[in-house]
Design a protein around this ligand. Structure first.
Ligand code: SOE
Length: 378
């Protein structure tokens, strides 16, 4: 008989749905000591949160996150609200002795992130940041192949995250669903929202980044704020590209934009090593492209590995070999890993401390773009 783990969800947007779905699905596919219980959800708007609670099966709802955190029947607080609220909620939750699961990026900046790390570590509570793409089976397989040394010495790491949803100058900034355009709520634009994913994956696959040289651009300089109706300067980065050096001697090239017409969420990375290369693409997420120079030259070439066999990462928990899974499953995997780690008394990656490293790189990227020079990461 599994033990209940009572979840208190704060927020009801895209991520509130993705995480709630994962909590519901995980016990059906993974045998775990803990079983998530959708105990309560929380948002300021009573109408909205009542509807959300009914739709996803939460037992109760709150309209004040401080009340949710104080409740004795909540074990873990899940933060799915805009970035400017992460710090305060996470610290209060940790001080109340709750486990804290926080949407990415960890914080608005490194200074906030450091406070959050200190809070969860001092409280000794389990913590994790939702960098979900690590749990795409093909991405996890990349990690396995790199750790096995199959690529040999790594020379290049290249990543892109391209979207096109903010091209229209008529799109307002701020408010529900549009807070990612408002620097006061998001902290930054594509750097914290999209490059943060690329950086988290890169640090995991290829190790620490030691220095960066970046450029950013804001193509639409002012937009109407959805809440105030005022036309205000846009302070987020619409696009960002950076070069970097990794501690292992390899060179990195990263690019992200919300102005790449035709691309909705094209996250890709490629790693080139001495013996082999690999390439992954979110639009074809169950495939890993792999080239191995050690293959017989007569048949050497890029292989398109359909990551759907039961001995490939996570796939043994799903259907039968050959049948693929998708985006939502990355969250199910992350919950499964969190619950498994909890049962074993171990941390689940990426912890707040690990995610702080991504935050540091994001800050260095933004600093480099402002100053027009290389920035070292200590
Ligand atoms: C932005 O459009 C966004 O939803 C990000 O906030 C998510 O983290 C990313 O996974 C998909 O794109």
């Amino acid at each position: 008989m599994s033990k209940p783990l009572n979840i208190g969800m704060i927020g009801y947007g895209f991520m509130g749905r993705a995480h709630s779905n994962a909590y519901l699905k995980v016990p059906h596919f993974f045998d775990l000591e803990y079983r998530p219980v959708l105990k309560a959800c929380c948002a300021r708007s009573e109408d909205k949160i009542k509807e959300f609670a009914a739709k996803w099966g939460y037992e109760s709802y709150e309209t004040d996150w401080r009340r949710l955190i104080k409740r004795d029947d909540i074990d873990a607080v899940d933060i799915c609200v805009p970035n400017n609220l992460h710090r305060e909620i996470a610290i209060a939750a940790a001080e109340a002795g709750k486990m804290v699961l926080c949407e990415k990026p960890l914080a608005m900046d490194t200074a906030q992130g450091e406070e959050m790390v200190q809070a969860v570590e001092e409280a000794g509570v389990a913590n994790m940041v939702w960098y979900n793409y690590r749990r795409v089976p093909a991405v996890t397989l990349s990690k396995q192949l790199l750790d096995e040394g199959r690529l040999g010495r790594v020379f290049h790491y290249r990543a892109q995250f391209l979207q096109d949803w903010t091209i229209s100058a008529d799109l307002p900034q701020g408010g529900t669903a549009l807070w990612r355009l408002d620097a006061k709520a998001a902290g930054s634009g594509v750097t914290g929202d999209l490059l943060a994913h690329c950086i988290d994956t890169a640090l995991w696959l290829n190790g620490p980044i030691t220095s960066v040289c970046a450029m950013t651009e804001t193509f639409v300089k002012q937009r109407k704020h959805q809440l105030t109706g005022q036309v205000e300067p846009v302070q987020i980065d619409d696009a960002c590209a950076f070069l970097c050096r990794f501690a292992n001697g390899s060179l990195g090239l990263f690019e992200s934009t919300r102005y790449a017409r035709g691309h909705k969420a094209l996250y890709t990375y490629e790693v080139n090593g001495e013996h082999a290369s690999l390439r992954w693409d979110l639009h074809d997420l169950h495939r890993l492209q792999y080239f191995d120079h050690r293959d017989d030259s007569l048949v050497r070439g890029w292989r398109s590995v359909h990551v759907s066999d039961s001995d490939q990462p996570y796939m043994g928990h799903w259907w039968v070999p050959g049948l693929q899974i998708g985006y939502e499953h990355t969250f199910v995997h992350q919950v499964a890993d969190f619950l498994d780690a909890l049962a074993k008394g171990q941390p689940c990656e990426p912890t707040f401390r690990t995610a702080l490293e991504t935050q540091k790189v994001c800050d260095a990227v933004l600093q480099s773009a402002r100053e027009g020079s290389w920035v070292s990461i200590g």
